[in-house]
Design a protein around this ligand. Structure first.
Ligand code: ATP
Ligand code: XMP
Ligand code: GLN
Ligand code: MG
Length: 687
């Protein structure tokens, strides 16, 4: 079976020494490749293998330790992915992460259950066993990333509880003699502050591995890969002007004769204000002449064939301009990109079989799209435009060149500098290929399921905790049972200081919880006085933990929201909505540029949502007003991240105030919102 180890990157080393190797068994985590990366950063060779890999194979191939990743499934489900049960008696040290820990616990006779509390985001855990070798050298309290809905209930026989979360959920288990360890949190991501130390404790102190694996220069690996893949063909490179495609262009230039490279920029009509002109100029500066293809109509009226679950055949979607479903929008856009490249090839009188397609695809694009290139068990969080069905078919034919497919954004930037690219290109904020089209939240009717009303009530109990406690509100237990004593104290303090309103918005956005896609409501918080931002950040972390159908929490500027919201403004991608969003996006970016804020923030999606606030529900005339969301986001590798806190060095309040005031002047804008949600549970983009 073709699996995982990216064959193009082999396992070559410079020093020719024997290496201790680690097997990473993949249960479908969003972070499998991040585990691999962290292990390699510690100079240990690793291979990402399917979860069902047998102990025999692991032994034959000489792996000295096993890491089991997280994954979207539940161990108690009948269709949970299978694995070799003798893993745990094979005398090979094991570290199970999240789903991996839940597997260990069940295997040792313990129980794993879906609890009322979910934990998604950075949380403090307490180490109960200071002598546990996994936590050697660490202080009692650790900030870690948790993202799970299932939790260990009864601890497995022979296992000892090593740590608990602030919600008193088991955070680590172990058996020191058997060298078997499980952590509910994710030591591989940046949001686990001492993750590297934990890996180092496991790999060196517990497994006794030797640190001597050095990869050959990644630049040289890329060059070899490009030469092999392109061979005697020409290469048509899709250049958005973003970081990845610019670095990819520079790599192709470094590896190939320029006459072999056709660089195409597509102006799909969803770019930012004046973006395509700027891209053409800046690529010229680094010696790349772009063919610019204007194709607004092709995208706007684009369709694609999609096979839905239960359907026998693929059916053609409606046109993009009539489509609301974000996954369908993404698939149409991705496929139109491919159709366009075919047109360009024939316009240039080239033979399709003599041209390969190059893209600046990165590791997270493939992980989130659940590409079989990276995992068999992963859930699709969102289909990136550069990994749609048509692209997958071309890949199978060996016609796609993606030298950066094993990289994360921060690694691409390092390579960009290595190739001599200027900082203003390397440090650009990412901008998704489908552009503004996936930042216009389209809707024809409100999303209000059976749970809408109850969710609204519980959200109010949370933000008005003090009063609801005094009046012994009927749904109080939903909050008290899901919170710790410290959190209850915080809620009491916050709700005593000033009045915060909570309004569920009848729209859906995409998120990621426990390695699974979520697609659910947004909660808007509002207040008459200026908010305390740290309190709001606390609420934004807590609320999705109690209300799992809320995957995003925003602050809504402009005083208390006047009425509950039960309608949406009919919204599709159109010239008008595009121009509204383009204007708001240009304002936010200009303010960031003028105030030197751009480099303090990793990315700042600006999103148009079909919500008209403060509208008397008695008014039956359809609304034409919409709102704008700001999403200032901090991250390195885009797999996890946190919102920038207003008033911090990252985003001074006067800068934010200026953005909000200016955006409110855009025609047809009702209010401006600020997305306070970490990833997980909210992804960077809303769709
Ligand atoms: N407008 C476009 N024209 C041509 N190619 C595009 C366009 N948008 C995206 N692509 C292709 O899709 C790939 C993935 O897009 P993505 O946004 O992830 O990367 P990028 O635009 O190169 O960098 P960044 O993540 O910094 O925006 C690009 O590398 C490029 O090959
Ligand atoms: O080229 C792209 N095509 C896409 O379809 C796409 N979707 C998300 N993104 C970018 O990926 C990063 C992670 O995004 P999320 O946290 O929203 O999943 C962020 O940087 C997003 O902007 C895309 N880039
Ligand atoms: N990230 C994970 O591995 C999640 C495991 C399991 N699906 C849960 O939600 O608990
Ligand atoms: Mg881009």
């Amino acid at each position: 079976m073709f699996f995982f180890r990216n064959p193009k990157f082999g396992s070559a080393t410079e020093n020719g020494l024997h290496h201790d190797k680690v097997a990473i068994l993949d249960a479908g985590s969003q972070y499998g490749k991040v585990i691999d990366r962290k292990v390699r950063e510690l100079q240990i060779e690793s291979d990402l293998l399917p979860l069902e890999t047998t102990v025999q194979e692991i032994k034959e191939k000489g792996y000295k330790a096993i890491l089991i990743s997280g994954g979207p499934n539940s161990v108690y489900d009948e269709d949970a992915p299978s694995y070799d049960k003798s893993l745990f008696t094979a005398n090979i040290p094991i570290l199970g992460i999240c789903y991996g820990m839940q597997m260990i616990n069940s295997e040792f006779g313990g129980s794993v259950q879906k609890k009322d509390i979910r934990e998604d985001g950075q949380t403090a855990i307490t180490i109960l066993e200071p002598t546990c070798p996994l936590f050697s050298g660490l202080s009692k309290t650790q900030n870690v990333l948790l993202t799970h809905g299932d939790s260990v209930d009864k601890i497995g026989e022979k296992m000892k509880k090593a740590a608990v979360s602030s919600s008193d959920i088991v955070a680590a288990i172990y058996n020191e003699q058997m060298k078997i360890y499980g952590v509910q949190f994710h030591p591989e991501v940046d949001l686990t502050e001492n993750g590297k130390q934990i890996f180092s404790n496991f790999l060196f102190n517990i497994c006794g591995l030797t640190q001597n694996f050095t990869m050959i220069s990644r630049k040289e690996q890329c060059v070899k890969y490009i030469k092999d893949k392109v061979g005697n063909n020409k290469v048509l490179l899709l250049v958005s002007g973003g970081v990845d495609s610019t670095v990819c262009a520079a790599l192709l230039r470094y590896a190939l004769n320029p006459s072999k490279i056709i660089a195409v920029h597509v102006d799909n009509g969803f770019m930012r204000k004046d973006e395509s002109d700027k891209v053409e100029k800046s690529l010229k500066e680094i010696g790349i002449d772009l063919i610019v293809k204007k194709a607004f109509n092709q995208f706007y009226k684009g369709t694609t064939a999609i096979k839905k679950p239960g359907q026998m055949y693929s059916l053609e979607t409606p046109m993009l301009c009539n489509t609301c479903n974000p996954e369908e929008k993404r698939k149409i856009i991705g496929d139109v990109f491919v159709k366009l490249t075919n047109e360009i090839i024939s316009e240039m009188n080239l033979k399709p079989e003599e041209v390969v397609l190059a893209q600046g695809t990165l590791r997270p694009d493939l992980i989130e799209s659940a590409s079989s290139l990276v995992s068999k068990n992963a859930d699709t969080i969102k289909t990136h435009h550069n990994d749609t069905e048509l692209i997958r078919q071309l890949r199978q034919q060996g016609r796609v060149v993606e030298p950066l497919a094993d990289f994360h954004k921060d690694e691409v930037r390092a390579l960009g500098y290595d190739l001599g690219l200027p900082a203003h290109l390397v440090e650009r904020h990412p901008f998704p290929g489908p552009g503004l089209a996936i930042r216009i939240l389209c809707a024809e009717e409100p999303y209000m399921e059976k749970d809408f009303a109850e969710t609204q009530v519980i959200a109010r109990v949370i933000v008005d905790y003090k009063n609801k406690l005094e009046r012994k509100h009927a749904l109080l237990a939903r909050v008290t049972e899901a919170t710790t004593d410290d959190e209850k104290k915080e809620l009491l303090r916050i709700s005593s200081s000033y009045e915060i309103s909570a309004t569920v918005l009848p729209i859906r956005t995409v998120g990621v919880q426990g390695d699974k896609r979520s697609y659910s409501y947004v909660l808007g918080l509002s207040s008459q006085v200026d908010p305390n931002w740290n309190d709001l950040i606390f609420l934004a972390k807590l609320i999705p933990r109690i209300l799992h159908n809320i995957n995003r929490v925003c602050y809504v500027f402009g005083g208390h929201i006047q009425f509950p919201i039960s309608e949406v403004t009919y919204t599709h991608i159109s010239n008008f909505t595009l121009s509204q969003l383009r204007e708001a996006d240009a304002i936010a970016n200009e303010v960031m540029k003028l105030t030197g804020t751009t480099k303090q923030i990793a990315q700042m999606p600006i999103v148009l949502i079909p919500i008209h606030f403060d509208r008397d529900p008695a008014n039956k005339v359809p609304s034409v007003q919409r709102s704008i969301v700001l999403r200032p986001f901090l991250t390195n590798d885009f797999m996890t991240g946190v919102p920038a806190i207003p008033g911090s060095d990252r985003l001074p309040l006067h800068v934010l105030g200026k953005m909000v005031n200016e955006i409110m002047k855009v025609e047809g804008i009702s209010r401006v919102l600020y997305d306070l949600t970490p990833k997980p549970p909210g992804t960077t983009e809303w769709e």
